[in-house]
Ligand binder design. Structure first.
Ligand SMILES: Nc1nc2c(c(=O)[nH]1)N[C@H]1C(S)=C(S)[C@@H](COP(=O)(O)O)O[C@H]1N2
Ligand SMILES: [Mo]
Length: 425
């Protein structure tokens, strides 16, 4: 036990060495390996350099060699095959997708009272350009009939793709299921990140990337892909130990004191729709909820206006939905001003926003609030455990037992102290 922990300490130190733009956050039980962006400045730029991109996983990084790596493929009718990664890379098309990776536990530390697990601030988010092979191409090369699924919406929705990581152990398998329709629509098996070979901590030699969905869906060190008639449940895989935990227990948005029920499939996939539906008690964390962060100023040092103005810049995202607008407040959310969206506009990746601020002297509380294409707005704060999922009706994000998917804007506000132009030197 303590050996594993020592090993993990070394692993984290090695990651921190390779990633000077990150700092670590530990969870009490010392189980996750996590580092996040060290500075708010990360959120003033569209592309997150690998050195600043957060890392999150539970078990030690498995050894992998791209030349010897194979992916097992299995279909619902019992068909099985194996594809060498070298063939996937050399024979199938290579594409690039932009994806804002956000840990479902991002902003968890804003829950009051505290929930368990990693007490992230807002640093577990980053945008990279991932290069790899479309899942569609891989499934077809493996002889799985994706055509029928794509042509028949009903079948398609009921079919799921389960991805399994090579960090699985005898005790637990790291498995996540996404609807096959999503897998065929823009998901890739990534072997490159920001133009470089995929780093070990991000899933070398190959990982799944699910654009716009919470990080947990993007399985690293990908060992197996399985087309199934439902989501992974206990007993649905021929594997030892628990294999439904990461789909059915953890990464569910459940009110205090409740235990999520396991299910084969869901009537609603969109995370926002699940949260709003009275028929869904324990939403799964699939697509990311609407969110924004200011990256400049950082709130980490005082700011001197230039000709009376300060440029406020940040990023806003809404999973696989569009961001329709961002507003900025300099009085802690009392009044709001429209910011301008600019820069790259890819499904699944954040947008940049900018606001020309003409501040009065003194100290101000700067906050940003994004709206998505469905008119969903970031809530102001996080509710109490007693409010349950109904908090959302009062403009609050529901406090939940796992501390997932929090997107309130006030907890991420920054205090900005202004200095007079004449005073500096
Ligand atoms: N195999 C495997 N894949 C995994 C994980 C893991 O523990 N094992 N962690 C997931 C979680 S919780 C997140 S947030 C993302 C983080 O991806 P990154 O470390 O590349 O930022 O990886 C996901 N993929
Ligand atoms: Mo995560």
């Amino acid at each position: 036990m303590s050996e594993t922990r020592d090993g993990r300490r070394e692993e984290i130190d090695a990651i921190l060495d390779r990633k000077p733009g990150t700092s670590e956050t530990r969870d009490e039980a010392d189980r996750y390996t996590v580092v996040g962006a060290a500075s708010r400045e990360t959120f003033a730029n569209w592309l997150t350099p690998i050195e600043e991109h957060f890392v999150c996983h539970r078990n030690p990084i498995p050894d992998g060699d791209a030349d010897a790596w194979t992916i097992d493929l299995a279909g619902p009718e019992g068909s099985e095959s194996e594809l060498p990664l070298t063939e996937i890379v050399e024979d199938l098309p290579t594409v690039a997708v932009a994806h804002t990776m956000e840990c479902a536990g991002n902003s968890r530390s804003q829950h009051d009272p505290e929930t368990g697990s990693v007490q992230w601030g807002c640093e577990a988010a980053g945008t990279a350009v991932w290069t790899g092979t479309p899942v569609r191409s891989v499934l077809r090369a493996g002889g799985l009939d994706t055509g029928a699924a794509a042509d028949n919406a009903t079948d398609d929705e009921n079919r799921w793709l389960t991805a399994i990581g090579d960090d699985s152990t005898e005790e637990e398998t790291f498995a996540r299921s996404i609807p096959l329709s999503k897998a065929l629509d823009g998901c890739i098996l990534a072997h490159g990140m920001n133009g470089e070979a995929l780093p070990a901590e991000h899933g070398y030699p190959v990982r799944l990337v699910v654009p716009g969905w919470y990080g947990v869906n993007s399985v690293k060190w990908l060992a197996e892909l399985r087309v199934m008639d439902g989501m992974v449940t206990e007993g649905s895989l021929d594997r030892p130990g628990t294999h439904a935990r990461w789909q059915q227990d953890d990464y569910r948005i459940h009110p205090a004191g409740t235990t999520p029920e396991h299910a084969d499939t869901v009537p609603i996939v969109d995370t926002g729709d699940q949260l709003e539906s009275p028929a869904v008690d324990h939403p799964y964390t699939f697509d990311e909820t609407v969110m924004s962060l200011i990256g400049q100023p950082t709130g980490e040092e005082s700011v001197t206006p230039h000709e009376g103005g300060v440029t406020v810049r940040g990023v806003a995202w809404a999973g696989d939905d569009e961001v329709s607008g961002v507003a900025v407040s300099d009085d802690g959310g009392e009044t709001w001003h429209d910011a301008t969206l600019f820069g790259p506009d890819y499904a699944g990746a954040w947008r940049l926003f900018e606001y020309d601020w003409e501040p009065a002297p003194g100290t101000h509380t700067l906050a940003s609030r994004a709206t998505d294409e469905h008119g969903r707005v970031q809530p102001a704060s996080i509710g109490t455990p007693e409010d349950g999922l109904d908090a959302i009706e009062n403009g609050q994000f529901p406090w939940n037992g796992g501390g997932y998917a929090a997107n309130a804007y006030l907890p991420n506000a920054i205090e900005v102290e202004l200095t007079n132009e004449g005073d500096t030197k």
